[in-house]
Design a protein around this ligand. Structure first.
Ligand SMILES: C[S@@+](CC[C@H](N)C(=O)[O-])C[C@H]1O[C@@H](n2cnc3c(N)ncnc32)[C@H](O)[C@@H]1O
Length: 219
């Protein structure tokens, strides 16, 4: 991992500041307080969580305070978790996740802030849904607040999707680059799909500022 920057296609606006180039491999660590906002509404205590784009472990480390187990991987070597795993190539949940599910009657959960270039968020969501479906698991993705407003393409992930369960709007905009100046331009939300949700139950929506969210039991 380094501070080297390269130019990639995609949504420059994610930076919330036009003066920065995108980082190599799209590394934007999630401020951990956002994980508290997820855990405030979703009880993760009997979930085996997999963070498949873990970066430097900002989400994973916070999840340790909430989930039964946390497994972390990334395409790149960021000094945390298992490097060299292209999430989109993985064909099944890792054994480290399914073993915990089997041993503790736990549920699998794929939880991440995915890379943002091209259509990676959509690919991550669709792949995570495929991998979790078989065991009735959960998917939680931290995405731009308006991600659910597409009228074509990914609209089926929301309108009428049997597992789309909840949107958690975080009312403090995340600062993606520590120490950067200016106000972050974009709001983010957690989008949650739960394969055990009754298909006819409408998705819930919540709003929360991180200062009001529950705090982890460790770290
Ligand atoms: C926006 S960063 C988020 C990092 C971490 N999830 C967090 O929230 O702190 C996206 C991460 O996705 C990783 N990544 C990019 N493409 C990937 C792929 N195909 N499979 C797994 N990880 C990938 C990058 O290396 C980077 O660490």
């Amino acid at each position: 991992m380094g501070t080297e920057t390269v130019t990639l296609t995609g949504d420059k606006a994610m930076l919330g500041h036009s003066g920065y180039e995108r980082r190599e491999g799209d590394l934007y660590p999630t401020p951990p307080e956002n994980v508290d906002c997820l855990a405030h509404f979703i009880d993760l205590s009997n979930h085996a969580a997999w963070e498949p784009a873990c970066g430097e472990g900002h989400i994973s480390k916070r999840l340790l305070g909430y989930a039964r187990a946390v497994v972390s991987s990334d395409l790149h070597n960021r000094g945390y978790g298992s490097p060299g795993f292209n999430f989109l190539d993985v064909q099944a949940l890792p054994r480290a996740v399914t073993d915990v599910c089997d041993d503790f009657a736990a549920r699998p959960a794929i939880i991440t802030n995915p890379p943002y270039f091209d259509d990676m968020p959509e690919q991550f969501v669709r792949h995570a849904l495929k991998l979790t479906h078989v065991r009735g698991g959960l998917v939680a993705m931290f995405l731009r607040n308006e991600y659910d407003m597409a009228s074509t393409g990914r609209a089926d992930l929301f309108e009428g999707h049997p597992a789309f369960a909840m949107k958690i709007c975080v009312t403090k905009r995340p600062r993606w680059i520590e120490g950067s100046k200016g106000s972050p331009r974009h709001s983010y939300a957690w989008f949650i799909w739960d394969w055990r949700k009754a298909a006819e139950t409408p998705a819930a929506i919540h709003y929360i500022h991180p200062r009001n969210a529950r705090k982890p039991t460790v770290n």
